[in-house]
Design a protein. Structure first.
Length: 159
């Protein structure tokens, strides 16, 4: 991870904290253009019952509506957690560039298992299993404790 990567990933963790504070699961994402400009950001918005309101999916949709294909291909999506299969597919379908994530699906699955949480209704596949052409970097060990704490709070709230 570069220092620039960590700056964007820390923002993703902040957005995840904002999602948690608003009753959503703690996930946040930032879309960064090739020149380093932050084009868009979002956080999880699933508390109302629509489990498709993931920030990664929203950024894929936003990019399809606002960026030409070549610009999408050069953009990077930073995210607090590795994309789920739905978001991985959306990312690939709109032709976004690399994904950089703070925490992996494997980490989250292990934490949830440790806490006795029920398994996800969707298989926790890594991005490469769903979108093999997308370059991926992560996890960021520097942020593992912060992510674990956010997800623990979310589990305790509903568990």
């Amino acid at each position: 991870m570069t220092e620039a990567d960590l700056v964007h990933l820390r923002r993703c963790v902040e957005l995840a904290g904002a999602a948690l504070a608003d009753g959503d699961d703690p996930f946040g994402s930032v879309l960064v253009l090739a020149d380093g400009t932050v084009a868009a950001e979002d956080r999880n918005r699933t508390a109302a019952g629509d489990q498709t309101r993931h920030p990664e999916f929203e950024l894929a949709r936003w990019s399809a509506e606002n960026l030409p294909p070549p610009e999408r291909a050069r953009a990077t999506v930073y995210t607090s957690g590795e994309h789920c299969p739905m978001c991985s597919a959306a990312h690939a379908w709109v032709g976004l560039g690399p994904i950089v994530y703070a925490g992996s699906s494997a980490q989250l699955t292990a934490w949830r298992s440790e806490w006795g949480a029920p398994p996800s209704p969707v298989a926790p596949l890594p991005v490469g299993a769903v979108a093999p052409g997308v370059a991926v970097r992560g996890p960021a060990p520097e942020l593992a404790d912060d992510l674990r704490a956010l997800h623990r709070q979310a589990f305790e709230r509903i568990g």
